[in-house]
Design a protein around this ligand. Structure first.
Ligand code: FAD
Length: 518
């Protein structure tokens, strides 16, 4: 009987059991969908990267002897949505069974489940066979509304999958080396940061298609896309990471610099980060193969210490699987949580980079240029600003979901709404990652070149992050005094003379009324 198998743009997993056998009765469909290009305003490099990777995957499948239909934006323009397209294909190809892999995103999973309910032919949903934990295992690890903690989950995963373990427990006896991974770059470190490995994938036809169909996008378009779009490029990036970047990955994981521009535009903008998130999220490579390659390098290369490899493994085996569990346990209502009642609109310079705050201008400009910022830029620069200024989490989510090459809701939302904005009231993390300008000064070289003075809290040239930070702490003092992790800071604030506090809060009010002009 004829079977139609749908492959979504982030399901490019060549190792899936679907592809073990070839059959002329099975037709695969990979389609550039208008609904996917338009559900938020994406970065143009993100849409081009997904389409280029989908095309490459379709031709690889075809070469391997499978029957594949690839549909471009031109071919799908007359179908209102994905179900309408599938219905057409079912009739056209006399399909008897419709199969799909479980989408990672709630919106799509609901859409396909609802569609299948009313289908008169058979339908089947398969696991994506990508994550460490299978879809049907998640419910036993994560409970709705529960305040789960990464560290607990991560240790369990290490033991369960026997990653960096020996007979008695964690390799070297210690689970976590985070405290050793907080170095800042010294001037002498900067010249050593390797040039990133980039690709030059010709996406000019895709760009024309995006324009022809009037898809609204943000960011800088690149005809020669630097992101990996197939498995061999993803593997090359992984090998480059293990050799050149992993030796210092942990050490400089939280460091930021605005100085690399002086070394030439492309020099080291992603620092010691892997830039593998797009390839992993699109499932071109598996998290297991990434973790295994890195551990192999740790055992054999001789220049990677335990703090570096542990830091890297924690991100993938720990955080990545963790946020996915939180997402599925708490959707759909997670998407509406706003525990801190944040309501201001996102400042306009989030779309231009046009602000006098050096750290924010660098993070936003880099995001618009490369569809990329590393974790600490996302969490402690743009994220922290939105948190302490009280920006509406719907708008914050929407910005993150659009701008980053790796942004797919299941991983974007718990990181943004949860970890960064604390809008989930502590389901993902135990405290709000709020910081004043002092944190930026400690972890970067931005402040020296900034229009504002990081040492000042009041006055027109004072770093806006300082007054906004105290305003934020003061506004939420009732809930934060009960939190052991914020109690101390708050009591120091409340000990200050009232007139001092008032001066700071007045400055913050002024800033909040003028967010577009900072
Ligand atoms: P590296 O620093 O090299 O880390 C290695 C890998 O670990 C990443 O490729 C990624 O797969 C994984 N990883 C690291 N941190 C996390 C994390 N917190 N959650 C999940 N996986 C993680 N990541 C996304 O993949 N998509 C998103 O939409 C996304 N949105 C984010 C929004 C905010 C506000 C924050 C604070 C973080 C977000 N992250 C997101 C997590 C993280 O910032 C990115 O995965 C990382 O910056 C990608 O760059 P990289 O591949 O160079 O990562």
């Amino acid at each position: 009987a004829n079977e139609l198998r749908l492959i979504l743009g982030d399901q490019l997993n060549a190792a899936h059991s679907w592809f073990k056998e070839k059959s002329s009765n099975v037709t695969y469909v990979i389609a550039e969908l208008h609904q996917e290009a338009n559900y938020t305003t994406h970065h143009i490099q993100k849409i081009s990267a997904f389409f280029a990777a989908m095309q490459a995957f379709a031709s690889a499948l075809e070469k391997a002897g499978h029957r594949v239909i690839y549909l471009s934006l031109d071919d799908t323009q007359n179908y209102t949505d994905l179900p309408a397209l599938i219905s057409f294909l079912i009739t056209e190809h006399e399909i008897k069974t419709f199969s799909y892999q479980l989408p990672d995103e709630y919106r799509l999973r609901e859409q396909l489940a609802d569609y299948c309910k009313q289908l008169t032919i058979d339908s089947k949903a398969y696991d994506t066979e990508h994550f460490y934990l299978a879809d049907n295992q998640l419910a036993s690890y994560f409970k709705p509304g529960k305040k789960h903690r990464l560290e607990h989950f991560y240790r369990k995963m290490r033991a369960e999958f026997n990653v960096l373990m020996d007979d008695d427990g964690p390799l070297t006896g210690q689970w976590n080396f985070d405290s050793q991974n907080r170095n800042k770059f010294k001037a002498s470190d900067l010249a050593e940061i390797p040039e990133p490995l980039v690709f030059a994938n010709d996406v000019s036809d895709i760009l024309k298609r995006i324009e022809r169909h009037d898809i609204k996008t943000i960011g800088k378009a690149e005809k020669q896309l630097l992101w990996p779009v197939n498995r061999s490029q993803a593997n090359a990036l992984l090998a480059f990471f293990c050799k050149e970047l992993l030796p210092k990955f942990g050490q400089f994981q939280d460091a930021m610099t605005g100085k690399l521009i002086e070394f030439g535009e492309d020099k080291g903008w992603s620092l010691y980060h892997s830039r593998l998130s797009f390839a992993i999220n699109a499932k071109m490579i598996s998290p297991q193969s990434v973790v295994n390659a890195a551990i192999d390098a740790f055992h054999h290369n001789g220049n990677i210490d335990i703090a570096q490899i542990e830091g890297f493994v924690r991100q993938i085996l720990g955080w990545r699987e963790f946020v996915r569990g939180i997402y599925w346990a708490n959707m759909p209502h997670y998407a509406a949580l706003n525990a801190l009642d944040a309501s201001l609109p996102l400042p306009e310079w989030f779309w231009t980079g046009n602000t006098k705050m050096r750290c924010l201008s660098h993070a936003v400009t880099q995001s618009l240029d490369f569809a990329y910022a590393h974790h600490i830029q996302r969490l402690m620069v743009t994220g922290n600003f939105c948190l302490i200024a009280g920006i509406n989490p719907d708008q914050v989510d929407n910005w993150y979901l659009g701008i980053y090459i790796d942004a797919i809701e299941w991983v974007e939302m718990p990181n943004t709404r949860g970890m960064s904005q604390f809008a989930d009231g502590g389901i993902v993390g135990s405290k709000a990652y709020a910081a004043s300008g002092n944190y930026i000064k400690k972890m970067s070289d931005y402040c020296g070149d900034c229009h504002y003075k990081v040492t000042n809290t009041v006055g027109s040239d004072a770093c806006p992050l300082n007054a906004l930070y105290w305003h934020f702490m003061d506004k939420h003092k009732e809930s934060f005094t009960n939190n052991p992790r914020t109690k101390m800071v708050l009591s120091n604030w409340l000990k200050k003379p009232e007139s001092d506090r008032k001066e700071v809060l007045t400055r913050a009010d002024f800033l909040l009324q003028n967010l577009d002009n900072l």
